[in-house]
Ligand binder design. Structure first.
Ligand code: BES
Ligand code: ZN
Length: 966
């Protein structure tokens, strides 16, 4: 029996109360026998019929069985012992608030007894994106519209497909039978055991009486049954009934039978997944030191899919874009995404599927770990990508922003209402979770970490665990190896990171006389006025100074949680008075660091010297990220940041450049609709002019170093910035490429635009073009057979500056049959919000059409919240915020699932508004000043550089318009 200890109630009554949103736990399932008959026919409105036998074990005598059911029609349940009915059902009803179905019986079920509960149920499969739902596509050969049935049960939608005990801790085994027309193929978590034709219906379908009432037995039906599963949680169950085909992976890559499924027209896009999947799976078996327990793994690309992918045990479902890869149509970034998603879902087969969190509060154990482990596997499968560094940076930058809000949440988060579950599938669970696991591997060492993980996985296999269980295993091995400070456990350290919201900022003050350093910590918050919080953390201090930078990493030191400040003496850090000193240089933990003025100066000088690489790569990232953030929150002068960032003119690595540009993007975001945007653009033009030329930019009409992911990212990022900042020639090159494409015969096959630059070129082509360019992109989008290509075109369509076209496009997002799939609605709206012109159109659309948007987003996690967040991210005035707050009052019913996101959005808007009031004038002056300094210090000659690189490039000489000369 589980109890909720609410502080208030416990104080008043000194007793615990059962949590009303949870199942009581007195009756638990051990096995489900689940049978379905699906009629995949629009004429019958996709009717289905099902019956489930749930084998129950009674923990405590009761006359009520409580389980979940949502949005399904239910016939009278039957309770039996063996085949003999044992109880009379006196009533059954569903409570809509928590989708709890209570079945009342005439007498108690006996403790320790086993019963079978049989529930027939039926309904119509809907076109949503969760539960069991319909997805559609057009077969290119037959031109027929085809349908498939697929499932998405995480987190709480299994209850929409069959009555069940839909909480992760009620693990049970499953035997599934699926009846369907013989033209379709059905797959599920386990291998097919048996397939019989309609003649055997009576044997297989003892409930035909009820069935016949609802669904006429069809001819040409087959009944597929699947092997009994291992014990698992409801949210991992899956089946797909489709006319898809598959390719089998090369058997030498894994002992597990791997198949990649897709609609027949996309089958040729499965090659990359078919090798990456088994490679990653085999690697995980080695890394976890535990074999994958199922005999097969199916991975399937679903045309309509809410998230990126879902780790259903043995049958992983994907959005097409995240599984399929086409050499001719997908970019390098698409390939990186496919590898990452595959690795992530495969990591879940252990972390999540084999061992599952007890309750959703520990969702981070699933998602944080899978995110971390994905990088480990990608690093193995694609060693040249340096996935470890880029993920570390990506994760860190995301969370340092979000987690600086007071309205952020702890990694391990109390959830006392299932409505709140979907909200925590966010950057805190994924990226902060992953960052904290990476931090542990760094302070415990790989060997200790992996041993403990292995112990944990073995101990809790086919069972559930909480974070404390993981801490125990980690502490046990750590103590054996002596890798922790005395009297400290992993729990002591990690509780400060997972149970508290936010992260610290360290203030580092050097005494240049006695060469000691004082370090203190407090919570870092974006709204500086509020940073009075007393929270403190166990902070691993990785510190490096000038002479040490080339040597082995220095030993780790700790700043203890309750230790107000710590002093490091000369012998503990090695820095002389003229040496720079850098904390958190390998980004070991999520924290920011502020230094005294002189150390900032020393660091700036180091970066601006031609030996800037002496500051390690992740150190440069950390410095840039910290400096921009600290200035943003008034902890540091903007002149210090701009001075430091000016070295980026010479930076050759992608990650620091990306970080610097992210810092600038935060400023761009609040200036882009203001009179000062010109000054901002000019500043960035000066900063990236050289890099643009060096990276190849758009002038080369090709990708300079197409085999190196980071070079490609550099060229892509810089090109897109260069065009946005109006670097001379950039847009002109893009426009020319787009025109060339429009003149190409067979444009869908012979696209002349370099694959990786397509997003940038399309966007410029559409934004600088007219209706013709827009229609062209739309026509290409409608013909595209590769999802990645389609998604690039969908995004391009949002780049137009024609208000009426934007309005029409937004209209399509809520219009059934418009061609914009439900899964693609959010990216369309969000892109339009972000564009300077689109903002006004989108805001109006959201304010007036929220009901339709809400209905479109149903079954898709966090979509509403993401949209609101993006909208409020654009706010720079109190008036905009006040209007929103008023609107929110009147539209509260559409925001019930987005409480957290809305709070964060409001806080973000407040941060923007404060910045504008406090910093705008000052920063714009500084930008102007720095632009002038660059003018004096560097002369960039675009033509000469690009010609030197590519030999025969046509370079556009353009007159710089007046507005760009400020
Ligand atoms: N378990 C999730 C899928 C999911 C997300 C279910 C939200 C329910 C709600 C899956 O493992 C996942 O995390 N998918 C990610 C991709 C991954 C590479 C980060 C996604 O869908 O974005
Ligand atoms: Zn996941």
């Amino acid at each position: 029996m589980r109890w909720l200890h609410t502080v208030a109630v416990a104080c008043l009554l000194h007793v615990a109360v059962p949590a009303e949103y949870l199942l009581p736990g007195d009756v638990v399932p051990t096995h489900y026998h689940l049978k379905y008959a699906f009629d995949i026919d629009p004429a019958t409105n996709f009717s289905y019929f099902g019956v489930v036998d749930i084998y129950l074990n009674v923990k405590k005598a009761t006359s009520k069985i409580v389980l979940h059911a949502n949005d399904i029609l239910i016939a009278i349940p039957i309770v039996r012992v063996g085949d003999v009915p044992s109880h009379k059902v006196t009533g059954y009803k569903v409570n809509d608030t928590y989708s709890l179905m209570t079945i009342s019986l005439d007498k108690d079920l006996q403790e320790d007894q086993n019963y079978t509960l049989t529930i027939p149920f039926y309904g119509n499969i809907k076109h949503g994106l969760d539960g069991a739902y319909i997805s559609t596509y057009v077969d290119k050969m037959t031109k027929e519209k085809e349908y498939l049935i697929t499932t998405q049960f995480e987190a709480i939608s299994a209850r929409k497909a069959f009555p069940c005990f839909d909480e992760p801790m009620y693990k049970a085994t499953y035997s599934i039978v699926i009846g369907h027309h013989k033209d379709y193929t059905a797959i599920s978590n386990m291998p097919l055991e048996n397939s019989v034709s309609e003649n055997a219906l009576e044997d297989h379908w003892p409930w035909s009486q009820i069935e016949k009432k609802f669904m006429k037995p069809k001819s040409d039906f087959v009944w597929d049954s699947y092997e009994k599963s291992v014990a698992m949680s409801t949210y991992l169950l899956a089946f797909v009934v489709s006319k898809f085909s598959f390719v089998q992976s090369p058997p030498e890559l894994s002992d597990t039978k791997f198949k990649i499924w897709a609609r027949p027209d996309a089958l040729d896009q499965t090659a990359y997944a078919s090798t990456t999947g088994p490679k990653a799976l085999s690697y995980f078996e080695q890394w976890f030191n535990l074999s994958y327990p199922l005999p097969k793994q199916d991975m399937i690309a679903i045309p309509d899919f809410a998230s990126g992918a879902m780790e259903n045990w043995g049958l992983i479902t994907y959005r097409e874009k995240d599984l399929l890869y086409d050499e001719k149509q997908s970019s390098f970034l698409n390939k990186e995404r496919v590898a990452t998603v595959i690795a992530h879902e495969l990591a879940h087969q252990w972390f999540g599927n084999l061992v599952t969190m007890k309750w959703w509060s520990d969702l981070w154990l699933n998602e944080g770990f899978a995110t971390f482990a994905a990088t480990v596997a990608v690093n193995h499968v694609e060693p040249t990508w340096n996935a470890d560094k880029s993920s570390a940076v990506n994760d860190m930058l995301l969370i340092l922003n979000l987690d600086a809000l007071e309205s952020s949440h702890p990694v391990s988060v109390p959830i006392d209402d299932p409505k709140r579950i979907s909200e925590i599938f966010d950057d805190i669970s994924y990226q902060k979770g992953s960052t904290l696991i990476r931090m542990m591997t760094m302070f415990l060492g790989d060997e200790v970490f992996r041993k403990a993980i292995n112990n944990y996985l073995r101990k809790y296999s086919y069972n559930n665990a909480e974070q404390d269980d993981l801490w125990l295993e980690l502490t046990a091995v750590s103590k054996k190896y002596g890798v922790l400070p005395n009297n400290v456990t992993v729990k002591d350290i990690m509780d400060t990171w997972t149970k508290q919201t936010g992260y610290p900022i360290l203030t580092v003050t050097r005494d240049y006389e006695d060469k000691s350093i004082t370090v203190s910590q407090r919570r870092y918050l974006s709204l500086a006025a509020r940073s009075t919080s007393l929270t403190s953390w166990w902070v691993p201090l990785s510190v490096v100074c000038e002479p040490e930078a080339r040597g082995p990493p220095p030993a780790l030191r700790w700043l203890a949680a309750n230790q107000g400040l710590t002093k490091l003496h000369r012998f503990e850090h090695g820095a002389e008075r003229d040496h720079w000193l850098l904390f958190n240089h390998n980004m070991i933990a999520p924290y920011r660091v502020n230094y005294d003025t002189r150390n900032w100066q020393l660091l700036s000088n180091a970066l601006k010297s031609n030996e800037y690489t002496r500051v390690p790569l992740l150190g440069r990232v950390q410095l840039l990220s910290d400096a921009f953030a600290l200035a943003w929150t008034n902890h540091l002068e903007y002149s210090t940041v701009l001075n430091l960032a000016s070295y980026l003119q010479h930076e050759t690595e992608y990650l620091p450049l990306y970080t610097g540009l992210r810092g600038l993007m935060q400023i761009e975001n609040v200036l882009k609709r203001s009179p000062d945007y010109g000054a901002f653009q000019k500043f960035v033009r000066k900063l990236i002019g050289d890099v643009y030329v060096r990276s190849g930019g758009l002038a080369t009409k090709k990708i300079l170093n197409g085999h190196d992911l980071n070079s490609v990212k550099m060229q892509v990022t810089i090109s897109s910035w260069a065009c946005r900042m109006k670097v001379p020639g950039c847009e002109e090159n893009a426009i020319q490429l787009y025109k060339q494409w429009m003149d190409t015969e067979n444009p869908d096959e012979n696209n002349p635009i370099p694959l990786d630059l397509r997003r940038t070129v399309y966007c410029v082509g559409v934004s600088r073009g007219s209706v013709a360019e827009w229609r062209w992109a739309l026509a290409r989008e409608q013909r595209a057979n590769v999802a990645a290509a389609r998604s690039a075109l969908l995004a391009a369509l949002t780049c137009t500056k024609d208000v009426w076209i934007l309005a029409q496009y937004l209209e399509w997002t809520v219009t059934e049959g418009s061609g914009v799939r439900k899964q693609d609605v959010l990216p369309v709206i969000v892109n339009i919000i972000r564009s300077p012109v689109g903002y006004y159109v989108a805001k109006d659309f959201i304010y007036t059409r929220v009901e339709e948007i809400y209905n479109t987003f149903k079954g898709q996690y966090r979509r509403m919240g993401e949209m609101i967040k993006t909208l409020l991210q654009q706010f720079t005035t109190q008036r905009e915020l006040d209007t929103f707050l008023e609107w929110r009052e009147k539209n509260a019913q559409y925001l019930v699932d987005s409480k957290l996101a809305v709070e964060q959005a409001i806080e973000n808007a407040q941060v923007n508004i404060n910045w504008i009031t406090k910093n705008r004038k000052n920063v714009v002056d500084k930008l102007r000043e720095f632009s002038t300094n660059y003018d004096n210090s560097t002369q960039i000659n675009h033509g000469m550089h690009s010609a030197a690189i590519t030999g025969s490039v046509q370079v556009f000489t353009v007159l710089i318009p007046l507005f760009m000369r400020n």
